[in-house]
Design a protein around this ligand. Structure first.
Ligand code: AMP
Ligand code: MN
Ligand code: MN
Ligand code: MN
Length: 280
């Protein structure tokens, strides 16, 4: 049974494949009742379909996924329930967009040097449409025959530790947490299992996240098994965090990942849900 709540997914405003309207339609078709669009570093998609979602009977929570760094590692923080007109979040989006654009130029230069081939930056920008990121470079490399597929592009050039993994421009995790909280939202540590952290380091990261004001962490994510989810639930309980759930859907694909596909959320008595702290 798919979940009727999905608080993490992407549209064409960042690196998702579906336009915001099509994403809302898919959510309604899949019997999702509560959705948060959490595009990378922008709420443009959310603003575009806020009224449309309402017309279709879908509760759409204001959302964003902010890029940051902690101890030199790229960390994603989801924000839910911010006032989308709050000057702090509006300014955060503007500065993150600037960082993304400058970073993309650096990625292009680094790839050119590594591959000894011209990268047409405006073509990559055209592929992106909205917020430009590594997936658009992956697509460009595939379309121009420089790699066979997107996975190879990440494995060889764009994944963690490779030449195209540029994260130095991102603000500290603590800063993005504050942006979310100060604009009235709940800060959620995104997909904690993706960072390949030891348990000790993950707990250090969570401590810094909470000290900055972070309130929740994702414990049910797409393609995660029940065991992983159970371990994260235990950590959330021990550390006094609320739990959140989201597929991280980026578009129809072959892995069975879709809106609402994730392990079930624990019983309310076991763990508080981040939704309980959101009015919008
Ligand atoms: P960026 O926002 O530019 O740092 O790009 C990060 C995005 O790239 C993530 O949100 C994923 O959508 C995608 N991504 C990261 N790692 C991989 C990977 N190994 N394979 C495919 N996509 C990836
Ligand atoms: Mn993404
Ligand atoms: Mn992410
Ligand atoms: Mn995401």
């Amino acid at each position: 049974m798919a979940s009727q709540i999905d608080l993490h997914c992407h549209t064409t405003a960042s690196d998702g494949a579906l336009a915001p309207e099509a994403l809302v339609d898919r959510a309604v078709d899949r019997n999702i009742k509560i959705l948060a669009i959490t595009d990378h570093d922008t709420m443009v998609g959310y603003r575009q379909v806020k009224d449309y979602a309402n017309e279709r009977g879908l509760r759409l929570i204001p959302g964003i996924e902010l890029s940051s760094q902690w101890r030199g590692m790229g960390i994603h923080v989801v924000g839910l329930g911010m006032d989308p007109t709050h000057p702090i979040i509006v300014e955060a989006e503007r500065s993150q967009t600037d960082v993304r654009r400058e970073r993309a130029k650096t990625i292009a230069l680094r790839l050119e040097k590594k591959l000894q081939k011209k990268i047409d930056f405006s073509a990559v920008e055209a592929l992106a449409g909205g917020e430009i990121g590594r997936p658009h470079f992956a697509q460009y490399l595939v379309e121009n025959g420089m790699v066979s597929d997107r996975q190879t592009a990440f494995k060889k050039y764009l994944g963690a530790g490779k030449v195209g993994d540029v994260k130095s421009g991102w603000p500290d995790m603590e800063t993005v947490v504050k942006w979310i909280v100060e604009s009235g939202g709940q800060a959620v540590l995104a997909h904690p299992h993706h960072y390949n952290l030891t348990r000790t380091k993950l707990l250090d990261c969570i401590a810094a996240f909470q000290y900055a004001g972070g309130q929740a962490m994702e414990i049910c994510c797409g393609l995660m098994d029940k065991n992983q989810s159970g371990q994260l639930k235990k950590i959330a309980q021990d550390e006094g965090l609320l739990g959140s759930c989201g597929s991280d859907f980026h578009g129809p694909n072959k892995f069975g990942l879709d809106l609402g596909v994730m392990p079930p959320f624990p019983e309310p008595a076991d763990l508080g849900h981040v939704l309980s702290a959101i009015q919008a």
